[in-house]
Design a protein around this ligand. Structure first.
Ligand SMILES: [Zn+2]
Length: 447
């Protein structure tokens, strides 16, 4: 009998505008592997990669699974067939990749690639050369090779900080039809399961965030920090269409995994996701379109920071920054364009570390009648208009202007979040704690 081995399988780039979704294809693979009796060792992983790459797939999310089985070739041929079918149904408009390997193939170089994929721009060449060095990694690409980057990155991301997402899928006959999910029940679920679930809807706009809007197979996805709570939350949602199945993923969503890497301003590169500390160099200004800009400087250089209109009330905080404030910011770097000739750092969060005092100098108050005096000209002193006294030696008075803002972390509202954005309520929370894998809840088939 062949020896049982720990295997890892990963997949990327099956998202297409009219059909596909990488997580859905993985759920079909899970279903099939379940039926041949593999033992899953963890929730499937949904790994979000650098969201600031312009040529990314929809959410730049790749997936992987880890399980025990004795026949690697059989698993590969099952997965290959399912991926190929999805690729065909998606009218070959994506460039998927599939990777399968033994656990011991995950070495330092793959780990480093996974980490880099969170915030850098990686090349297909580097992915291929890593795979080539491991002669026991099985892989296949379909129509192109871009998917290899995400698939290799998802293979080994340790998901040190993580959350979970229960993704519920539609029956194929309903794809493309309006989603029949009761809005009120989502809001009620959200309130009842706080803070164990997050970003179910945006209280600011009332917009529901758990249902996508495209033709993809997802009915809704509930994000949270406990798999069991997600199953509970799932049961609270009223659905008026038949559902197919759900799958619970372990994921780096909601962890800021892309913003863990500190940069000096002169090291910041286009399309990277970065964290930078510095001093506000110019007071923020708001443009006609409602975008807010200011310059940030450190001891190496300076960079333009932006909070765009969709970040809504977050801009009000940014507008209160003043020259000299010491802050840390995180976000994606937009390359120079013909119109803006410098790089722009698009803010995804703002951590105010210290505020300067804001003040103005005013004419002194008349000591006799308590009214503000008039200046008699530079270095000539002041005069009270009421009692006519002159005060040649009184200095100007410093008046402190209240800043109406405090040190701390500020982020845009949920409707402007990326998948990776850490919700405010999870700052300071230990997201490294693993929920033990519960094979009885992670996958459920309904119809
Ligand atoms: Zn007076």
């Amino acid at each position: 009998m062949p020896e049982k081995k720990i295997l890892r399988l990963s997949l990327d780039d099956l998202d297409t505008p009219h059909y596909g979704c990488t997580t859905y294809t993985l759920s079909e693979i899970v279903k099939e592997l379940n039926s041949i009796g593999v033992s899953f060792m963890d929730y499937p992983h949904l790994v979000r990669l650098n969201p600031n790459i312009p040529w990314k797939t929809r959410g730049n999310g790749a997936v992987s699974i880890i399980f025990i089985y004795d026949d690697k070739e059989k698993v590969f041929s099952i997965a290959d067939q399912i991926v190929y079918e999805s690729y065909k149904k998606g009218e070959k408009k994506s460039t998927p990749a599939l990777i399968l390997c033994e656990e011991e193939s995950i070495t330092e170089d793959i780990m480093r690639f996974s980490e880099d994929a969170l915030y850098k721009v990686l090349s297909i060449k580097r992915a291929k050369s890593i795979i080539k060095e491991h002669n026991n990694i099985l892989f296949k690409t379909y129509g192109g090779e871009i998917g290899l980057i995400g698939a290799l990155a998802a293979l080994a991301n340790p998901l040190t900080e993580h959350t979970y997402e229960l993704i519920c899928y539609r029956l194929p006959k309903n794809f493309g039809l309006p989603r029949k999910v009761d809005k009120e029940s989502i809001i009620e679920m959200s309130e009842k399961t706080f803070p164990y679930t997050f970003n179910n809807y945006d209280p600011l706009t009332g917009r529901i965030l758990i249902t996508p809007h495209g033709n993809d197979p997802i009915l809704f996805g509930i994000r949270g920090i406990s798999p069991h709570k997600l199953v509970e939350a799932f049961s609270m949602i009223k659905v008026y269409e038949e559902i197919s199945h759900f799958l619970i993923f372990k994921t780096n969503q909601g962890t800021n995994a892309h913003l863990n890497f500190s940069f000096k301003i002169n090291e910041v590169k286009s399309y990277y996701s970065v964290k930078v500390k510095g001093y506000v160099k110019t007071n923020p200004v708001i443009t006609k379109g409602g975008h807010v800009f200011f310059m940030l400087a450190d001891d190496t250089s300076e960079i333009c920071c932006a909070a765009y209109e969709p970040t809504k009330n977050f801009r009000n905080i940014v507008l209160k920054l003043r020259v000299g404030d010491y802050i840390e910011v995180g976000g994606g770097v937009r390359p120079p364009t013909r119109r803006y000739r410098s790089k722009v750092l698009n803010l995804e969060y703002l951590n105010i570390l210290s505020l300067v005092e804001e003040h103005v100098y005013e004419n002194p108050v008349c000591p006799k009648c308590n009214r503000r005096t008039k200046s008699l000209g530079k270095n000539k002193g002041f005069k009270c208009e009421k009692c006519k006294s002159r005060f040649p030696f009184l200095p100007k008075e410093k008046r402190i202007i209240p800043r109406n803002i405090s040190p701390g972390i500020y982020i845009p509202p949920p409707s402007a979040h990326r998948h990776l954005t850490k919700p405010l309520q999870y700052y300071g929370l230990n997201l490294k704690i693993d929920a033990p894998f519960d094979a009885s809840i992670f996958y459920r088939q309904f119809n």
